[in-house]
Write a protein that binds this ligand. Sequence first.
Ligand code: SAM
Length: 279
Amino acid sequence: MSTSPVNQNEQDNHSMIRFRVEPRPLPAVKDLHLDGVFGNFDDIVDREIAACEKSEDKFDQEKARFFRYLKSHVDSQKFGEMQEFQLSGQGKLRLESDMVKYIDPAIWFDSKLRMALRVGLNRRDPIDILDIGTGPAHFPVVAEFYGHRVIGTDVPYKRTGELEPGNLYEALGQLYKVSRIPLRIEQYVPLPDFGRRFGMVTAFLAAFNVDSEGKPWTIDAWKFFLKDLHDNVLAEGGELFMSLANGKLTDEVWDYLSERAVFTNKHRVIHFTDLAQFA
Ligand SMILES: C[S@@+](CC[C@H](N)C(=O)[O-])C[C@H]1O[C@@H](n2cnc3c(N)ncnc32)[C@H](O)[C@@H]1O
């Protein structure tokens, strides 16, 4: 493992990140992720904790608490083995794809912690959550930290209909001990029977809301999806919380959705608490 004084000026404490894999530029990954992609898991987490402990900001204090939990929850040695394998180029991960950025624990857990706090998961009694397109599974880890039960879904491997073995998301899901099931959302196709109802459905940049040609869903397709969630997936009073990708959303659809939501912002984050309006 090599050691490098990257970020020494930014963080006077805990500046030395040991690198599990020698860092190198990655074409589709921003520099801010490189320490997290190549660095030793515990060192990266410790650096986040140290920075937060110096702050009196309430979010930073909560973040320090979460990252301490994360350190105890994840086997750093196994995380390192995953990094070596995935970054060797011998697995299924294409190193020129932007998917590599999801190895970074620091930035993504920070953003999913903010999402969880936005809908008050820290203040609620335990609920069941279905996280559509969970990918690297950062959100389920945060929700479980607050005592909720989460099932993540991801697109199945075409050949088997199961989750793809050796896939980076699958590897991260295992390291983070998150339940993941195969599920592709398609327009006008109801979700399966999960054998339970959920208090919340979440979907973050999950890219499901396009048709087979990649065109954004119409309002009608959205109505079908929202009614199905209400009728078959959510418990009474269940909520829907998403962040939607700009390119997969028309202005007309955004106007329709945002008029019916309790919260939206310019990043296309949207929260519905009354799904009965779509029944
Ligand atoms: C950009 S990643 C986001 C992952 C994660 N939600 C996050 O915020 O880090 C997009 C995810 O959406 C999933 N996805 C794409 N199309 C989907 C579909 N039709 N149904 C369900 N999930 C889909 C992908 O497999 C991937 O896990």
